[in-house]
Ligand binder design. Sequence first.
Ligand code: ACO
Ligand code: AKG
Length: 359
Amino acid sequence: MRFCDVTLREATQIPGREYTVEQTIAAGRALDELSLSLVQTGFPATGEHDTTVTQRLADVLENDVVAIARARDDDVDAALEADADVVEVFVPVSDRQLNAILGLSRDEAFESAQDAIDRVRDGGARPHLTLMDAFRTDADDVAPAFERFNVSITLTDTVGARTPSFVAGYLRSLAGLGVSLDRIGVHFHDDLGVATANALVAARLGVDRVDVSVASLGERAGNPALEEVAVALEADGHDTGLARDQLIPACRAVLDALDEPVDPRAPVIGEAVTSHESGLHTAAMLEDPATFEPYDPETFGGERRLLFGAHTGREAATRLLERADKEPTEELIDALLDRLAETEEPIELDEAVAIAEQL
Ligand SMILES: CC(=O)SCCNC(=O)CCNC(=O)[C@H](O)C(C)(C)COP(=O)(O)OP(=O)(O)OC[C@H]1O[C@@H](n2cnc3c(N)ncnc32)[C@H](O)[C@@H]1OP(=O)(O)O
Ligand SMILES: O=C(O)CCC(=O)C(=O)O
């Protein structure tokens, strides 16, 4: 399965967000550390920013650079001039979007998509097709696209309307109609808070490509979070091919480059999610960290923090004293707990052991 990171393009669709060319390039370079298959760098027809970013990243990234384009000559030409490796042509496929956006029938929209795909090939890039609003379109109306187009096709849940059981049923219906799942890409939005779950369902069913974005940055509620999808798959024994130990640092570097905050409570990348202070938890984790964590954060370049303070209990104090080579007598345990309760903020493991050593 291939990941396509869409952070650079989707994040700019958040109202009010404007990143400089240098910021976006720095974010793209940070993404390159991850060995993703594809990085979507922009929509060159929108102007100078996305064109320059795409051109410059196409020059330096190991990952293939993807530029998006409407099914129009000028958009395709802009993406080709920006030197994209892959030009992703998008057209609406649902009746609602066909009417409101193009005023065309599905067949006419597919014709313009075919023209655009041919133009991409003639221009020396690889074409990819995206069918907007596919998850609100009958599978019977989407399946013929896989016969008609000789490319892999991303199906989008453009408005984030779908949930995992629907996604699984929909993909199985397509398979029942003869579509090979390894030709399908998926692009979800998080309006219902299940984009990551949708992406995981699709990945486990064997799709070819999953679109993700760092920290879910993207239009409205955003997209499946790269770090969540990757860690969920890896922790479940699936080799994503990503540079595992770079995952957390690279995601943080992307956010740093874009001047986007890291929510401390964000799954995988937030500091709070690998920090533990509760007495019962730290006591057990000093013995076996896996008792209260779903994966070892170091595998993904993160750090586990065991913290000690007012919430530390007798068992954890006993283990701290043992680490300090002290006999954990009742008196020493009481003394250590008193000292920990006096700290203004919870303290790190090495500091707590140092206090135990001084007793
Ligand atoms: C679901 C997604 O996320 S798609 C990506 C969305 N991203 C953006 O919109 C990026 C910001 N957008 C922009 O800067 C501008 O809207 C631009 C530069 C893309 C286009 O600007 P304009 O030329 O003024 O067109 P406008 O925004 O009005 O778009 C409507 C035109 O796009 C056409 N269009 C929309 N989608 C498609 C498509 N997939 N294929 C072909 N034509 C399309 C419409 O038919 C209409 O054409 P017309 O002008 O010939 O009637
Ligand atoms: O993924 C694309 O190429 C554009 C379409 C999109 O972002 C969406 O449908 O949500």
